[in-house]
Write a protein that binds this ligand. Structure first.
Ligand code: GDP
Length: 453
């Protein structure tokens, strides 16, 4: 693959002050020298790595644009190959015309993710880092960006490699007995084996549970704010979003639609819907809103059930509580600046927070309780969290292998049988980081990138 020199536009489509075209491969500098002429008269092939030249891009003597060419010499580049980055004015047609010229002069259009794939194949990054590149580019929330940064800095790879080293050491001990294939493992230090395997089992289990929390941090939580009319749902939503998004009014039943909003509470993005108040109604428009609210309870991952604590719970409140029982719910007792008439014993089994949405008090407690309900209180977006379903599946396979090895020891199987299970676990981890991975898997991973990455 590396024999082909590739090129692509590296900056997004659209207008920008600058646009960058990247060329990578053995012929990168020769190709760039055919289209770029430095004002200094110096050829790019005579330049050192990490140096830039100012000049023009021209085709048959016609100047296409002024340009800066930045030279990277292998292996000190993103891909690990000779690379030239050419910056020109960032218009779509401009970039296309320069790219076309570069392709005419010996480069091939890069496939999706090919630059990062080459970086991986040349040992510049492992798969956990490569996969974090997508998150760095497409992060939709601060937490997603921080999780991607942590993985890109190598934290995930490091955490996996500690487990991997433990399994390699186990494998080595097992191999030491391979001269005696019929030997029963009773004579070995099985207690030590079991201890090491159990430690790795616990660490993988922890990583898998943190994966779920990481997914919540990355993707956000679909959240419904529910409650009777006038309890302060819109005011709460405005408190969370910091802007007047829903209409707040003293006439009951004015929030008739589901208003979508994304807000960040602590580290979590809540994908909120402020719903019509849930109560029996004859008003047709309003009853559509009430149905939407009930649907929303079913489809939400988190429910903020709001009650007005200036009066005891009504029968409607009780039936609302009943409808969210067993669901991931935070009970929000609002208007606690006025009174506190709700009996705590009515709310047993629920997470309860008292706030005044109007005055913005109780926010921190609400934020902590939401993190608790969403399962993210124990992880920070800066920690080593597996990214994506592929990594999760590999970690789960490794865990299965370790569990099987533990069971094999407990059931008194031969050392070879234990070794096979440890090998399964090890190969799943090697696939996770990409140390041992098939071409099909690699192709599949990088196909998800877009051209130019
Ligand atoms: P919704 O129908 O549940 O969306 O209720 P609204 O958010 O429209 O609020 C109804 C009324 O209660 C408005 O007059 C709000 O100003 C008032 N309100 C909301 N939250 C509080 C609060 O924490 N304290 C006080 N004193 N009034 C509040």
């Amino acid at each position: 693959m590396s024999e082909r020199t590739i090129a692509a536009i590296a900056t997004p489509a659209g207008e920008g002050a600058l646009g960058v075209i990247r060329i990578s491969g053995e012929q990168a500098i020769a190709v760039a020298d055919r289209v770029f002429t430095a004002f200094s008269g110096k050829r790019l092939s005579e330049m050192k790595g990490y140096t830039a030249a100012y000049g023009i891009i021209s085709e048959n003597g016609n100047r296409l644009d002024d340009a800066i060419a930045l030279v990277y010499l292998a292996p000190h580049s993103y891909t690990g190959e000779d690379t030239v980055e050419i910056s020109v004015h960032g218009g779509r047609l401009m970039l296309r015309s320069v790219l076309r010229l570069i392709l005419k002069n010996g480069a091939f259009l890069a496939e999706a993710g090919e630059f990062t794939k080459r970086a991986f194949l040349n040992g510049k990054l492992d798969l956990t880092k490569a996969e974090s590149v997508m998150g760095l580019i497409s992060a939709g929330s601060e937490s997603e960006l921080r999780l991607s940064r942590a993985a890109h800095s190598g934290k995930v790879a490091k955490r996996i490699s500690v487990i991997e080293q433990g399994l390699v050491a186990l494998d080595a001990s097992i191999a030491a007995f391979s001269d005696y294939p019929d030997e029963d493992i009773e004579g070995l230090d099985t207690q030590n084996f079991l201890r090491m395997l159990s430690e790795n089992e616990a660490e993988l289990q922890k990583m898998l549970s943190e994966y779920d929390a990481g997914k919540v941090l990355r993707e956000g939580v679909v959240t419904a704010i529910i409650g009777r009319p006038n309890v302060g749902k819109s005011t709460l939503m405005n408190m969370l979003s910091g802007e007047e998004r829903s209409i707040v009014t003293e006439v009951a039943g004015t929030t008739r639609d589901v208003v979508e909003e994304t807000v960040t509470v602590g580290d979590i993005t809540l994908r909120l819907a402020d719903t019509a108040g849930i109560h029996e109604t004859d008003d047709t428009v309003e009853s559509i809103g009430v149905k939407l609210a009930r649907d929303r309870i079913e489809t939400s991952q988190l429910i903020l059930a709001v009650f007005d604590c200036t009066s005891p719970l009504s029968s409607e409140d009780y039936s609302l509580l009943e409808s969210v029982k067993g669901k991931n719910t935070v009970v929000v007792l609002n208007k606690n600046d006025l009174a506190d008439e709700i009996n705590d014993s009515d709310l047993e089994g629920f997470r309860v927070v008292k706030i005044s949405a109007k005055h913005g008090t109780g926010y921190q407690e609400l934020s902590d309780t939401i993190a608790d309900a969403a399962g993210t209180s124990n992880i920070s977006p800066d920690s080593a969290v597996l990214l994506g379903e592929r990594q999760r599946a590999c970690a789960e396979r490794a865990l299965d292998g370790i569990k099987a090895a533990i069971q094999a020891i407990k059931d008194g199987y031969t050392i070879d049988a234990v070794g096979v299970c440890v090998d399964d676990a090890l190969s799943a981890l090697l696939e996770l980081t990409g140390k041992r991975v098939t071409n099909e898997v690699t192709d599949e991973i990088f196909r998800r990138f877009c051209v130019g990455k």
